[in-house]
Design a protein around this ligand. Structure first.
Ligand code: ZN
Length: 438
């Protein structure tokens, strides 16, 4: 048992007693210490339920932590650790091709992930290793003479069967998530792939994990089924309707990746025809016009958004997004006002994983350079936090609360909540506890 003394819970100063499974007691009255009980003095710091990141890619984030970052330039590849195996890099640019990587790293197989996650660029050694020239995968880009350029679109599954990757250790990422106060995550990867099921079935992470993958192992929390609508290659209407209908047959709601306006309109047309079910969600909804907002609300479909992109990619959006779409970009406030459930997430490794950075980005709507991005969609840090407190499995259920009988997933801050949310920072997290579920 642990007792936290003088914590702030929902504005009241209380003492809280909990064990590894559950919170046992929340009371303003003094608690007589039991035998060797751990006692923690909170000094008025806020005690919250653990935060839930509603859209993250665990394996990719763990791999990104051990990859070379080339967002500052491809020359960083020359700093790769010595060896003969594959070199994995992240942060690739739009125009990167095999020839450009060959100039820096001609001798070893290299693959560079685009910063969006939607494309890989391979060098010549790597293209030969995976047999790209002889494959007829449509995602392999070819030049005028039919030779692969090195650019592979949405071929993660195909690559995975050809590149023998070590499964990353999720332990360090789990500790990093704990340091932010995160006790639960939804992994939004469409397919876990061979080997991954062992990683997720074994308790390598202290966090609870819900999986959206079509091949989610049964020991895990199996959530809605992820469906990706690729922006450069929209599926036809019947194909998308069939995919959603297939998920329904398996008793699963759907989590549909929609970045472009066209992708969102396509899935809304399917919902108009066959209806939405409880648990259906749209990932990103990066561009949603007023009509789409109304239809999302009517169908009761939740939006899982990533305010962190406003900070990390805001300057690019301001340069690239057509002026008439800027008002539709990464909505938050207007979605909620229309009655749509909106929850925040990181989409790490493609967006910042730190939820406190995400809260700041949603409130300030500032890009990395400080420019404002669609300011009318700002929401308070408190509002974003309440989304992090929603249950993984029921996004429109009320935020979880600290009270007797709930799982002891808890996070203690150094400051009262109002002070912490004035200037949200990960350093304000004093300690995180993870409940054991049986
Ligand atoms: Zn994602």
């Amino acid at each position: 048992m642990t007792v936290i003394r003088d914590a702030e819970v929902e504005g009241r100063r209380v003492n809280v007693r909990f064990d590894r499974q559950l919170v046992r007691q929340v009371s303003p009255h003094a608690m007589a210490p039991l035998g060797n009980e751990e006692v923690i003095e909170a000094g008025g710091g806020a005690l919250l339920p653990g935060l839930h990141d509603h859209h993250i890619h665990l394996l990719a984030t763990a791999r990104a932590r051990t990859s070379i970052d080339v967002s500052g330039g491809i020359d960083a590849l020359s700093g790769a650790p010595a060896g003969t195996g594959w070199i994995r890099a992240v942060g690739g640019s739009d125009d990167l091709d095999a020839a450009a990587i060959d100039r820096v790293a001609p001798d070893r197989a290299v693959r560079v992930q685009h910063s969006s996650g939607a494309m890989w660029t391979l060098n010549t050694v790597a293209l030969i290793a995976v047999g790209a020239a002889d494959s007829n995968e449509p995602g392999i880009e070819r030049d005028g003479r039919g030779r692969p350029t090195g650019r592979l679109f949405r071929l993660d599954d195909w690559l995975r069967t050809r590149v023998k990757d070590e499964m990353p250790d999720l332990g360090p990422l789990g500790r990093e998530l704990s340091s932010y106060g995160i006790t639960g995550v939804t992994d939004a990867t469409p397919r876990i792939g061979p080997g991954g099921e062992h990683v997720f079935a074994a308790p390598t992470l202290p966090q609870r994990v819900q999986l959206l993958a079509e091949d989610a192992p049964a020991q895990c929390i199996v959530g809605p089924r992820k469906i990706v609508i690729a922006d450069h290659d929209l599926p036809d209407y019947d194909q998308l309707r069939e995919e959603i209908a297939d998920a329904r047959v398996l008793g699963r709601a759907v989590a549909v990746h929609c970045v472009s306006r066209a992708a969102l309109l396509l899935v809304l047309a399917v919902f108009d025809e066959i209806g939405a079910v409880r648990g259906d969600r749209i990932e990103h909804a990066a561009v949603a016009d007023a009509d789409a907002v109304g239809r999302l609300a009517r169908h009761g479909v939740a939006v899982v958004t990533q305010p962190g992109f406003i900070f990390e990619r805001g300057d690019r959006y301001l340069g690239e997004v057509p002026a008439d779409e800027l008002a539709d970009l990464y909505r938050y406030e207007s979605l909620q006002a229309a009655g749509v459930t909106v929850v925040p997430s990181s989409d790490a490794p493609y967006g910042p994983v730190d939820p406190w950075t995400v809260m700041r980005a949603a409130r300030d709507r500032r890009s990395a350079s400080g420019a404002r991005v669609n300011m009318k969609e700002w929401v308070s840090a408190k509002m974003v936090l309440s989304g992090y407190l929603r249950p993984l499995e029921a996004l429109s259920a009320p935020p979880r609360r600290v009270r007797a009988g709930v799982p002891s997933d808890l996070v203690l801050l150094h400051l009262p909540l109002a002070d912490a949310l004035d200037d949200p920072r990960a350093e304000l997290v004093a300690r995180t506890w993870h409940a054991t579920y049986r």
